[in-house]
Design a binder for this molecule. Sequence first.
Ligand SMILES: Nc1ncnc2c1ncn2[C@@H]1O[C@H](COP(=O)(O)OP(=O)(O)O)[C@@H](O)[C@H]1O
Ligand SMILES: [Mg+2]
Length: 238
Amino acid sequence: MAEMLLSFRDVRAGYGAGIVLDAITFDLPENGSLALLGRNGVGKSTLILTIMGMTQIGRGRIVWRGRDITTDAPHRRARAGIGWVAQEREIFSALTVEENLTVAARPGRWDLKSVYDLFPRLAERRRNFGNQLSGGEQQMLAIARALMTNPALLLLDEPLEGLAPIVVEELAAAIRRMTGEGANAFILVEQHADIALSLTQSALVIERGRIVHSGASAALLADHAALDRLVGLRLAEA
Ligand SMILES: Nc1ncnc2c1ncn2[C@@H]1O[C@H](COP(=O)(O)OP(=O)(O)O)[C@@H](O)[C@H]1O
Ligand SMILES: [Mg+2]
């Protein structure tokens, strides 16, 4: 059996006493990739936050590389190798691009040179401050900064949201190159189902806090009827 990086076993989670997710069970192997799909408000960001340790767990277990981390604090999970790009692109606006990148850097495959290769636009903007960047550049910076921590698992929560079609294409291409490196596992939450499925090995679809579909991304991508039923077919603008 392949070595599992992250496993959820019958996890119930939410905020305070409110339950958002229930009966969540899945496995992610080392260097694996998972698309997390579903309509607005079904609990995708809550699942990402639950992986980071930022929600309340009502039942179930979360296992990281064979170790139970169900009650571990967020900073311990980050140190263990879980990197996160929040839906709200939190970059430091008073720091330059390069300072944003180096502030949390840890040794590994990703360094200044390799993230600048991945995002040439950030290399051009290295002396600019965070608040001088366009939305697309801020998103590139948020992803690049997470990569600089060299996580074993990278969590990307709607990285293409709110970006112009041309920027969506540029960013999706960079994510494709990143995933092609196979340097880390990742979980991608995305409204553009076709992009998310084309970038990942497997997919989960969530509906009202529960997993309603789990399988190979390629199979779901090929099944337009299922896609339409599960997430409302939404293809990226050509
Ligand atoms: N910080 C929070 N406190 C309480 N409820 C929240 C919080 N964040 C999200 N929710 C609720 O959890 C549900 C799922 O939200 P979310 O995980 O953000 O969905 P998605 O990312 O799929 O759009 C929604 O009903 C939302 O109102
Ligand atoms: Mg969300």
